[in-house]
Design a protein around this ligand. Sequence first.
Ligand code: URP
Ligand code: ZN
Ligand code: ZN
Length: 469
Amino acid sequence: MATVLIKNGRIVTAVDDYKADILIEDGRVHTIGMDIAVGADVEVHDANGLLVMPGGVDVHTHLDWEFGVARTADTFGTGTTAAAFGGTTTVVDFCNQTRGESPLSGLEEWHKRAASAAVDVSAHMIMLDINPQSMADMETLIKREGVTSFKLFMAYPGVLMLDDGDLFRAMRVAGGNGAMTCVHAENGGVIRVLVEEAVAAGRTAPKYHSLTRPTSMEGEATHRAIRLAELAEAPLYIVHLSAAEALAAVTEARDRDIMVHAETCPHYLFLTDEEYERPEFESAKFVMTPPLRTHTHQTALWRGLRTADLQVISTDHCPFCFNEQPLGMKFSKQQGKDDFSKIPNGAPGLETRLPLIYDGGVRNHGMSINRFVELVSTAPAKLFGLFPKKGTIAVGSDADIVLFDPEETWTIRATEHHSRIDYSMFEGRSVTGRVSKVFSRGRMIVDGREWLGKEGMGQFVKRGESGKI
Ligand code: URP
Ligand code: ZN
Ligand code: ZN
């Protein structure tokens, strides 16, 4: 493996900001120093004018995943290639237990799909059956397989939802063994009633997806999840938090020193429910769960990032094409043309997270450059047992490094993406800040618009204890 020198860059981590060179050997950071001298056999990259930051860590993706009536459009190969072009070098994806089967079989099946990953990957396990055997299997997943986080759903009744007793039992096993529970917090039962009533009354347009998922039911479920985790004495992570009521519940719990963490996603920070007023079926592109909220909620989320009640920004990349594609993908948003409840829930985002947050956060929202790195890389790495291998630039860490041009202005276009998805929620948006080069364990995989990586070169990362920051 080549020895690599990154020269003259401005190194930014969650806590540092200084100019230095980085010498990489055997895929890891070997030396950080001033004016490191090397021989002619070393691959040298001049990072003058660029930010040199740890590769992004995205802990919420759904690649090549069967979800109800559809399957997500990206394979691990295409999804992680898209991630790399967006400056993300580690992806923690969701695999799931099949009802009636062991979660260990779910992981085995996920490993087969994940073999095409181009960047490093890890897995959270979605638990669907909570029983004595599956709880024993949770311990095996944690201790033997390096899967130290579990996803539990309070939404999607009949598909993924668990009742409170099962939530509590799973939380207790996870918490007692150094793992964290990630919860999709919405009151699935109540939402089902609202959805059934809307469809029966002929309210079938995509905007009713949003109108049948009130923020109060996200707040209620978040509060309930916190109380269950508190009783279970288990660390909790609320995924894709979108509503002020949910954030208030998190803030209240954190103020009481409860181990609750939460993420939000770029779409909740930059888009609002006005997107559901788009003509024709266009608004189906924004059907994800929870739905986009009003400006008031968006303001609350920015406040939560500032006060650190929100610790992570992930994508919830769950890509379903708008139209059917010629790539053998028969699933698309069109499945719900006549009934919003049949639109596959989910949206893409893996390729645009870093530029969007840099542009919208650092340039336009008073976010420090260190906080930016913390939100997209360091905090998720710490919370999910990947730090300091991932999430920072330090001697001994994996040389997952992004050279980021803070001045380049460009326009987001789905046609230029590497994901298999045929639209972007941010189509036509001009952003300043762009990924210039990406290194995965010391090997350059992105050079401008050029792909130098390879599907299958990503490694599975076994994770350590989760839930601590
Ligand atoms: O709409 C979404 N978010 N789809 C992915 C599944 C989930 O709830 O995270
Ligand atoms: Zn969810
Ligand atoms: Zn998700």
